[in-house]
Design a protein around this ligand. Structure first.
Ligand SMILES: Cc1ncc(COP(=O)(O)O)c(C=O)c1O
Length: 382
């Protein structure tokens, strides 16, 4: 593989690896949990035990680091395992700033973990830079966490601006870039210190594994702490899942580009639909974060959007009940389109409006998706 190959080429060819033994162009599946020690008691292969350094991680990690412009990447058992490894690498007493609206399970874990671990956590509206400045504390805040586009309202955070605020206060910036993917945004090039992915979603893309990943621009002490966390707590990805993840990543670019183009058309189609109160999508020119998204997302605005249904919660649930092509399921980023009444899964304390349906656009025919959702909205209205 030539050095100047574009990211889409690096992904399609998984960095151009060919197995030296067999000349196979598809990667090997490494299942061994343990590795042979040399006669002189060394481990020259670099591998001793699969909880610490499974060779099955090498290729997906190297590819992801290349796509994100990072120095190193680590894969984890889930997106939550990856995200929590970052928070668990902070010291008791340190201050964290996180978004008011973000992936719900992580927000609720951070809130309870902070109490037992002794972290101080404040939540801010990350799309309001004055609010971020007012919440970050010089020399006390050690981590600023953002998610952009952010679940489930798809708010946009200006990564470069928040990186400047975080660094000015002596804090690191971590970006949950699950929805943007390295196809659209590379947070490290905008100043992020950690990039996090639920690799369950677009990176794998086929709704058949649960996985997570982190990427760093430098292998500093904090990264080492995270690495030790994965080795010692054991939140590792299985070998087969690592292999599937690499296979999924090879089609990342065409999948994400197709989903983006379709999501844009769907968002535009439903802004004028009777039965829809509002469409939330950063690709819409009048959406709040559009200008920033246009700057920091290249080639599309993502495959995720939400619609707020006229008639409230019952009308939203009734609409989801009537779809025939969209699948009624949680999660996102797969080749099949999903529809979800988000408040139902987030529970009573959610900031998610009760009339909101979250849509994960897959790679099906766009016309089919629009027609199916239209008929479901019409049927729900009676
Ligand atoms: C934006 C985002 N971050 C993190 C996660 C958690 O990832 P996982 O389910 O792989 O643990 C999710 C899962 O839905 C997510 O959507």
């Amino acid at each position: 593989m030539t050095k100047d190959a574009k990211p889409a080429t690096l992904a399609a060819q998984a960095l151009g690896w060919v197995d030296e033994w067999t000349r196979a162009v598809a990667p090997q599946l490494h299942l061994s949990s343990t590795f042979l020690r040399d006669e002189d008691n060394q481990y020259r292969s670099g591998h001793n035990y699969a909880r610490a350094d499974n060779p099955a991680f090498d290729q997906p990690e190297a590819l992801l680091a290349a796509l994100e412009d990072g120095a190193e990447a680590m894969v984890f058992a889930s997106g939550m395992a990856a995200a929590t490894a970052v928070f668990q690498s902070l010291q008791p007493g340190e201050h964290v700033v996180a978004p008011k609206v973000m992936y719900w399970s992580l927000r609720s874990w951070v809130t309870s973990f902070a109490k037992t671990w002794g972290l101080a956590v404040d939540f801010a509206d990350m799309s309001d830079l004055d609010a971020v400045r007012a919440t970050v504390q010089r020399d006390r805040t050690k981590l600023v966490w953002v998610e952009t586009p952010g679940n489930p309202m798809w708010n946009i955070t200006d990564i470069a601006a928040v990186a400047e605020i975080a660094h000015g206060a002596g804090a690191r910036l971590a970006v949950d870039s699950t929805v943007a993917t390295p196809v659209l945004t590379r947070p490290i090039t905008l100043g992020a210190d950690i990039v996090m992915h639920s690799a369950t979603k677009y990176l794998n893309g086929h709704s058949d594994i649960v996985a997570g990943a982190l990427v760093t621009p430098t292998t500093d002490d904090f990264w080492e702490r995270i690495k030790q966390n994965r080795i010692q707590l054991g939140g590792i990805l299985g070998s087969f899942e690592s292999w599937l993840l690499l296979r999924g990543m090879r089609t990342l670019f065409p999948r994400v580009r197709t989903a983006c183009a379709s999501a844009q058309k769907i968002a535009e189609a439903f802004t004028s639909q009777a039965g829809v109160r509002e469409v939330l999508y950063p690709g819409l020119q009048n959406s709040r974060g559009h200008q920033i998204a246009a700057r920091q997302m290249e080639g599309g605005f993502g495959g995720m959007l939400s619609i707020r249904v006229k008639g409230g919660e019952q009308a939203a649930i009734a609409t989801a009940a009537k779809v025939r092509i969209w699948k009624r399921a949680t999660s996102l980023g797969g080749v099949e389109s999903l529809i979800e009444h988000r408040a139902s899964i987030e529970g009573p304390d959610t900031p998610c409006p009760p009339d909101l349906l979250r849509l994960s656009v897959g790679i099906e025919d766009t016309g089919d998706l629009i027609a199916d959702l239209s008929q479901a909205l019409d049927q729900a209205r009676g």
